[in-house]
Design a protein around this ligand. Structure first.
Ligand code: B12
Ligand code: SF4
Length: 501
């Protein structure tokens, strides 16, 4: 069957810092290719709508799948579905991915017949039965499927994440993927799932708190096959298990793979497994995201981060000793007043790390969707990108955005200060010499993208597609009810001292 896979555009407020290859979509493509289907892919983060239209009319797919990891992309995806149906009326259009899995039935309703199905959960296990059923009939029996007729069987977890390998070769314009100065940059997955249970996050609910590891041989073979000099490790929390991180490192050393890496982890994991991070720093680990989230104990408790402020501070010291640059994430609560923004600005200026701010946002699939979302001020999908306030602000909304952007600008100026610019100039020269312009563009785009008037104006756009109204459960939904995948016993997490479910 001729299958076309599409990734929507980059989100407006994150595109200046990063744009990364859609690994999930590439893995779904890999599964379909391995089963003998003909597959094409278009990533609208790095290709235009014209490219997509051109590809549609040339390839004339029998099925089109759109990847929806981000809620904010849902309106764009529905519009794409409508265009595909208009151009190719017989084509089967379906959605899949992290965020759409939590709002499947609702999105089908809103699409008004333009979307035939949503595949909830992991795509590798469902794509082959789906393509077979489109041809032979019986799509209602595909694991994870939701159609206008209702939901099919539960989605199935992959037994091992070693296969299928991502079909990287399908992505055009690969040189446009980057994160900060890691330009160009590819992505890789060493583990899947997260055993923690932070209240604002849907990573654990999606995978039913399961945790799977790639075999060190498969991970290193995949890494060796990547052409880019820089690699983003997409794991929710990297190197939770020291022996796994060490085993991959040993394979990387054996194969003499030399790249620069960016990863995400937690402070307690960094402190517990410092020697693994040290080994990876020797192998080229340059940057890490640390989700600190809050600067005080009350905030850390509220988000159920299970990390203390002391651990956060020690983790920063540990990373500095290893020479790894940290990007700290802090969650801005819409309830903040000017004083709390000031505290964050003071903190940001007192540490050498990059400080990144995200606005507390209840998402379907998170616990806070059930506990806090009665206060939603908007249900416009496009505003659910953690850069907008979707619950009431204590400050007038205009002032809230002014404080937010002012804080981001202070942080940005810090990184564009004299010392940083000297470093940046060196990196820029190196990148430009290789024809890489993504990082250069990022440096100058900040004021255009981050602007309080623009953020406020985003709230006044005409809304065509809205999130469902949340079902409230007062003190929190029952855990099992939040899970999208149910974890079979064999996948019970194996995360050492991580909390148990
Ligand atoms: C790595 C990651 C990133 C990386 C991107 C890496 C990359 N190469 O694309 C970076 C750091 C850049 C990033 C950025 C952001 N991220 Co992010 N990210 C993740 C993370 C941790 C893993 C995603 C991943 O690559 N997983 C591995 C691959 C193999 O799995 P996958 O993509 O989910 O694909 C599988 C299924 O979803 C499905 N599938 C996917 N596509 C399709 C398509 C079809 C047709 C089908 C059938 C199935 C299918 O099958 C795949 C294989 O099983 C997830 C959390 C999570 N665990 O999912 C958050 C997550 C997706 N991100 C999130 C957010 C909020 C963001 C930002 C908006 C944050 C910000 N403001 O800065 C930005 C936006 C980026 C953008 N697109 O513009 C939220 C999404 C919230 C939401 N409901 O919208 C998540 C869920 C984390 C969370 N806190 O809960 N992210
Ligand atoms: S540790 Fe990170 S990925 Fe895991 S639940 Fe918390 S925020 Fe989500």
């Amino acid at each position: 069957m001729r299958l076309m896979l599409v990734h929507p555009s980059a989100l407006m407020y994150s595109e200046i810092f990063l744009r990364l290859e859609p690994l999930g979509l590439e893995r779904v493509a890999g599964a379909a290719l391995a089963a003998g289907h003909e597959v094409r892919a278009v990533d609208l983060q790095v290709s235009s709508r014209r490219d997509l239209d051109h590809e549609l009319s040339r390839f004339r797919p029998e099925a089109v799948g759109v990847s929806l990891n981000y809620l904010a992309n849902i309106p764009e995806a529905i519009d794409i579905a409508r265009d595909v149906k208009a151009a190719l009326p017989g084509c089967f259009v379906f959605f899949g991915g992290h965020s759409v899995s939590f709002v499947a039935g609702h999105v089908l309703d809103q699409a008004g017949g333009a979307v035939d199905a949503v595949l909830r959960g992991e795509g590798e296990t469902a794509i082959i039965p789906l393509l077979g059923a489109i041809r032979d009939g019986g799509v209602g029996g595909v694991p994870g499927i939701v159609t206008a007729d209702g939901a099919g069987p539960a989605p199935r977890l992959l037994d091992s994440i070693d296969a299928p390998r991502p079909a990287r070769h399908l992505m055009r314009n690969r040189r446009r993927y980057f994160i900060g100065e890691l330009d160009p940059c590819a992505s890789i997955e060493f583990t899947r799932g997260c055993p923690w249970d932070c209240s604002f996050c849907s990573a654990w609910t999606f995978y039913g708190r399961s945790y799977r590891k790639a075999s060190p041989e498969a991970a290193a073979a995949e890494l060796a096959s990547i052409a880019e000099p820089n690699v983003f490790i997409v794991d929710d929390v990297a190197f939770i298990r020291a022996e796994h991180g060490n085993a991959i490192a040993a394979e990387v050393e054996r194969r003499r793979i030399r790249k620069r890496y960016y990863l995400e982890t937690r402070s307690d994991v960094l402190l517990r497994n410092t020697e693994v991070f040290e080994r990876w720093a020797r192998l080229g680990l340059k940057y890490m995201f640390l989700g600190m989230e809050a600067l005080d104990a009350a905030g850390l408790d509220l988000y159920r981060k299970r990390v203390s402020q002391d651990q956060n501070i020690h983790a920063l010291e540990a990373a500095r000793k290893l020479g790894i640059m940290v990007a700290i994430n802090l969650i801005v609560d819409p309830a903040w007043d000017t004083r709390q923004f000031e505290v964050v600005r003071d903190f940001a200026l007192s540490v050498p790390e990059i400080v990144h701010l995200t606005v507390l946002t209840p998402y379907p699939g998170t616990e806070i969707w059930h506990t806090e979302s009665r206060r939603l001020t908007t249900r416009d999908y496009r505003l659910f990108d953690i850069q907008h306030a979707v619950v009431p602000t204590t400050l007038p909304l205009r002032q809230f955005y002014t404080e937010l952007v002012r804080t981001q600008a202070v942080i940005n100026r810090k990184h564009l200060g004299v010392a940083a610019l000297t470093g940046a100039a060196r990196v820029l020269t190196r990148n430009l010499a290789h024809g890489q312009t993504n990082f250069a563009r990022m440096l100058w785009k900040f004021n255009r993208v981050y602007n309080p008037a623009r953020q406020l104006a985003d709230h006044r756009r005409t809304v065509r597609y809205e999130l469902p109204v949340p079902a409230h459960s007062g003190n929190g939904a029952g855990r099992q009810l939040l899970y999208l995948h149910n974890r079979p016993p064999a996948h019970a997490h194996q995360a050492g001292s991580a909390p148990s479910g």
